[in-house]
Design a protein around this ligand. Structure first.
Ligand code: TYD
Length: 377
């Protein structure tokens, strides 16, 4: 993804050219206004100053990277960046003029006016240009897509997008992973790197797969809002799936069901546990997970799983050993044993970590209502 970012920056050469054109136009306006008030002026001296201004502007643009992430900037960020850029340029130009003993025969006010017009013009032109580029990319279908998911759901998320002929330009994993590439797509677990890639690649939509929406990093949703990038959640709660099951001709052989991690379910199984010797009427659970994805199944008996996403509750009955329930993080769950001796088996994507549980319902509701930094890895 780093290479992609480095080369992607060249796409923004148009912003540099537009900036320089704004600077020249601002100087023309300043000179025209200045000439109205002053009778004699040495234009040759002023040309030299404009050339210096352009050189200083380029140097400042490159050295302080003032066009960095230009597409993702909101209005206030744009103002601040431009103020910083002009502040540096003005200081550098003044130092240059002083050192070269240039520009004595025209008013310093002209330079100040030129910078003021440059400030206004550049903000205006940049905003319009951003808008045009984004609209054109969308219209031509060159706007890219991005996928945000977890290590466990990356392949399934990519496959799901493929069904709609969408090939994302990159994948952001919520949790650190040792993979750099998944199915030829560059992968990052670094939020800033991903935001930069979303920006440089003209991404117009970030798809979220297998992550509770409220676990989406605050800086990602803020950046997407500023860049007019849509966030679409494709799958983030639960699914009842059929488990592969073999039936035998001899009835007494029973049934054999099986699950393979990352083949039948989208995550590698890091942990399995099962609850036995239970009484009917037992209630367990009362927690949500921050990252842990699970497959729940009931090989014997009948258990109700009550799921709560903070807004509504759904009850699913597990009473068939050939069915499993794929559960995403971010769902409050309660299990009710309907028959004595019912067995609940769980395959989990994460090792046991008590920190990864949310056991307080109010904390759970807060995590659903607010995008909370501390809930994200
Ligand atoms: P807990 O998750 O509290 O079960 P429940 O919420 O259904 O009551 O687990 C009970 C105990 O078992 C607790 O002390 C932690 C321990 N435990 C593990 O050590 N590893 C595991 O994978 C699980 C699920 C539980």
């Amino acid at each position: 993804m780093k290479n992609q970012l480095r080369f992607g920056k060249w796409k923004f050469i148009s912003f540099i050219i537009l900036d320089l054109l704004c600077l020249i136009a601002a100087n023309c306006i300043a000179v025209l206004l200045y000439l109205k008030n002053v009778s004699s002026v040495s234009m040759t001296g002023y040309y030299r100053v404009v050339i210096m201004m352009v050189a200083v502007d380029l140097a400042v643009t490159v050295s302080i990277n003032s066009l960095d992430l230009v597409l993702r900037r909101g209005k206030s960020n744009e103002l601040l960046s431009e103020l910083k850029h002009i502040g540096f340029s003005f200081l550098a130009l003044s130092a240059g003029l002083f050192a070269l003993k240039q520009g004595r025969d025209y008013s310093r006010i002209t330079v100040l006016m030129a910078y003021l017009f440059y400030f206004l013009l550049s903000i205006l032109i940049r905003t319009v240009w951003k808008h045009i580029l984004q609209k054109t990319a969308k219209k031509n279908g060159t706007a890219q897509k991005f996928l945000m998911t977890t290590d466990a759901f990356a392949e399934e998320g990519i496959a799901e997008l493929k069904k709609s002929d969408i090939r994302p330009v990159g994948v952001l994993l919520l949790k650190n992973s040792d993979r750099d590439i998944i199915e030829d797509l560059s992968v990052s677990a670094d939020i800033d790197e991903a935001i930069a890639s979303i920006c440089w690649n003209w991404v117009d939509c970030v798809y979220v797969y297998g992550i509770d929406y409220h676990l989406i990093h605050q800086s990602l949703s803020k950046a997407c809002k500023e860049m007019n990038v849509e966030i679409k959640v494709i799958f983030s709660d639960f699914k009842v799936i059929d488990l592969k099951t073999t039936r035998y001709e001899e009835k007494e052989y029973g049934r054999l069901s099986f699950v393979e991690g990352k083949r039948d379910i989208p995550f590698p199984v890091r942990r399995a546990y099962w609850i036995t010797e239970t009484e009917a009427g037992l209630h367990r659970g009362f927690h949500a997970h921050k990252l842990n994805c699970q497959l729940l199944f009931c090989p014997y008996g009948k258990i109700d799983i009550i799921l709560d996403n903070g807004k509504e509750k759904t009850t699913v009955c597990l009473n068939d050993p050939g069915k499993g329930m794929l559960l995403m993080p971010g769902l409050w769950r309660e299990m009710v044993w309907k028959e004595t001796g019912s067995v609940l088996c769980v395959l989990a994507s994460e090792y046991y970590d008590p920190q990864e549980y949310i056991r307080d319902y109010d904390e759970f509701l807060a995590s659903k209502g607010v995008i909370d930094e501390h809930t994200v890895c």
